[in-house]
Design a protein around this ligand. Structure first.
Ligand code: F6R
Length: 610
């Protein structure tokens, strides 16, 4: 989705902004632009397409200066083109604005401003902002007062960065529900809508809170509340390093992040399981007293996080013995669900910024329901708005398709379920010990799978012309089938659907022809024989059989055209291993078909609009 950067200091702002925008590229965008204060004049350059296109345009139309703002746009109002790209200015170019989020009442504001003689050029909601500021200034208001007035006039969830022609040293900023953070360097300040552009130059950052605004110049930075009062604030040292958001020698973030998973698991296991075998969640304020009262859990999430949530239901019901429902937030929030006082809402979000998930958590809070979130970005809005949060600890995920966050969410949900079961004294020492021993073996087994990535690379080469894929799994591996299908379609654009194996004969089996590969997740489990039946039914209809099986399984292998073997593990842990070949299949299919795996078309890393 859209991204914001800003800078004031001694450096050439054009290159600082471009480097910052490159740091935001992973979020998904369709146009980009910058506005620079060049000797008291606001100069804007913007282009449809990639940052490279903007850079080429800047070579022909350079700008000089040390203060400016930049933006990557993901189209919501109006198609991706140069006119709709940000920054937007008023007609006289006295003020330039970049904006993330949505101005809900833009259409009324636009009418009002048009009646006052203001002219609009774009289809965006953003363009009302520079015009509102210009209109306030025309009435004699200072920039600060114009800014304060703006906050009362616009509705929605947004973040903005602004430059005014009469304050050539300053960048103004504000946020109401969309993330924005400041970075401090040596005699320079940076602004960005997420941490990635700040990792190279700033060790100290400040996460701007909702309903805060301010401005910075080379050597000063002020923050105020929407009521105009100045606020004390503190920059904090941030622990994300540039290497964490770098490709580290891999051709794409997606494959780097797939290969990071064993290391992430080692870290999670080390931090969550003590030497004595006790599970710990020190960051959460969940107490035994509170958990013993919870009689229902509703998991809220979207996309891949929702599939992790489906596994969370299995784990929480199995170990913590708490009735759990998992629902997509976009549906949950509009259907007036019955939610009572003893319910706990668990929000799962990698980014911590997903608008649907945030909205449903806020609604639950408004009904006095306790909200716990599982977030990868602990400084995110969802983390801050929840009563308590748990860290996913996957490290920054840059590839648009979620991979390492999924497996990290799953293991945390399992550990959390065991933790609650322990609080309630309903898991025996022996059961816990055996499971923990198995969990400790996971990183090594994951490495063995990833060492065979070339097998999936070879398979992908066979399916470059394939139009449809089907994924089947049962119980714990039903969410894995859904995730495998989602991963494949989002990065390779091959149509793919995932089904519960038992549901397949109730309709979807009609899809099977000798051109349709079916991925069956058939590792050893209580329902292994049922998956074998699926495999046989598909073979009988000439489908192309791809199976994911436990090492040494000859039966399923003999029935398969393609077969990938994964190390043996208990069924409840199998999703963590089984999803790895599916992530690799998706990645290599994208590469084989010439699709950009890190930035699939139409997708954005964090979906901050509903
Ligand atoms: C798929 C993917 C999305 C996200 C979904 C929720 O690869 O990444 O489906 O899982 O948009 O995002 P978060 O977890 O950030 O709330």
């Amino acid at each position: 989705m859209c991204g914001i950067v800003g800078y004031a200091g001694d450096k050439n702002v054009e290159s600082v902004l471009i480097v910052g925008l490159i740091g935001l590229e992973y979020r998904g965008y369709d146009s980009a632009g910058i506005a620079v204060l060049d000797r008291g004049e606001i100069q804007v350059r913007k282009q449809k397409g990639k940052i490279k296109d903007l850079e080429n345009y800047l070579k022909e139309h350079p700008i000089r200066g040390n203060v400016g703002i930049g933006h990557t746009r993901w189209a919501t109002h109006g198609e991706p083109n140069q006119i709709n790209a940000h920054p937007h200015t008023d007609s006289k170019s006295t003020v330039a604005v970049v904006h993330n989020g949505i101005i809900e009442n833009y259409s009324e504001l636009r009418q009002e401003l048009k009646q006052k003689g203001f002219v609009f050029h774009s289809m965006t909601d953003t363009e009302v902002l520079p015009n509102l500021l210009a209109e306030s200034r025309k009435r004699g208001l200072s920039n600060k007062d114009a800014f304060l007035e703006l906050f009362n006039r616009v509705h929605g969830k947004w973040a903005i960065a602004v430059v005014f022609d009469n304050e050539p040293d300053r960048v103004y900023f504000a946020q109401d529900g969309a993330p924005l953070l400041l970075g401090r360097g040596k005699e320079e300040y940076y602004l960005a809508s997420d941490i990635s552009p700040l990792t190279r130059n700033c060790r100290e950052v400040y996460y701007i809170n909702s309903k805060e605004w301010g401005y910075f110049a080379k050597t000063e930075c002020k923050i105020f509340g929407f009521d105009g009062s100045e606020k004390e604030f503190e920059f904090k040292t941030q622990d994300i390093k540039f290497e964490d958001v770098d490709k580290g020698g891999y051709p794409h973030y997606m494959i780097k992040e797939i290969h990071e998973q064993p290391g992430i698991f080692r870290r999670i296991i080390q931090s969550r399981i003590s030497e004595a075998g006790e599970i710990e969640f020190p960051e959460s304020t969940i107490s035994r007293e509170m958990m013993s009262k919870v009689n229902r859990i509703i998991i809220q999430a979207a996309g891949t996080s929702y599939y992790a949530g489906m596994l969370g239901k299995h784990y929480l019901e199995n170990f913590a013995k708490i009735q759990t429902d998992t629902e997509t937030s976009s549906e949950f929030r509009y259907r007036n669900p019955v939610v009572e006082g003893d319910t706990l809402i668990v929000g799962i979000s990698q980014s911590g910024e997903t608008a649907d998930t945030l909205a449903s958590l806020l609604e639950a809070k408004a009904k006095f329901i306790k909200v716990l979130s599982l977030v990868n970005n602990v400084n995110s809005t969802i983390a801050r708005e929840s009563d308590s949060f748990i860290r996913t600890d996957a490290g920054p995920e840059i590839g648009v398709a979620s991979t390492k966050a999924f497996t990290a969410q799953v293991i945390n949900l399992l550990l959390f379920s065991l933790y609650v079961a322990r609080l309630k004294w309903i898991v025996s020492d022996d059961e816990l010990k055996t499971l923990i021993e198995e969990i400790r073996l996971l990183p090594g087994k994951m490495e063995r799978i990833l060492a065979q990535a070339h097998i999936l690379e070879n398979w992908a080469a066979d399916f470059t012309k394939t139009k449809d894929f089907v994924f089947l799994g049962r119980t714990y591996n039903h969410p894995v089938a859904l995730e495998g299908a989602l991963k494949l379609k989002e990065v390779s654009y091959i149509h793919a659907s995932g089904y519960a194996g038992g549901e397949f004969k109730h309709g979807p089996i009609a899809l099977i022809t000798n051109e349709v590969p079916v991925v069956c997740i058939a590792t050893k489990s209580e329902i292994y024989s049922k998956m074998l039946s699926n495999i046989q039914e598909i073979k009988a209809r000439n489908g192309i059989m791809i199976s994911i099986v436990t090492e040494g399984d000859k039966e399923a292998k003999e029935l398969s055209d393609y077969c990938f073997e994964v190390p043996e593990c208990p069924e409840i842990l199998s999703p963590i291993l089984n999803v790895l070949p599916l992530q690799l299949l998706a990645y290599y299919s994208a590469v084989a078909r010439g699709c950009p795996p890190d930035q699939p078309r139409n997708l954005a890393k964090s979906v901050t609009v509903e």
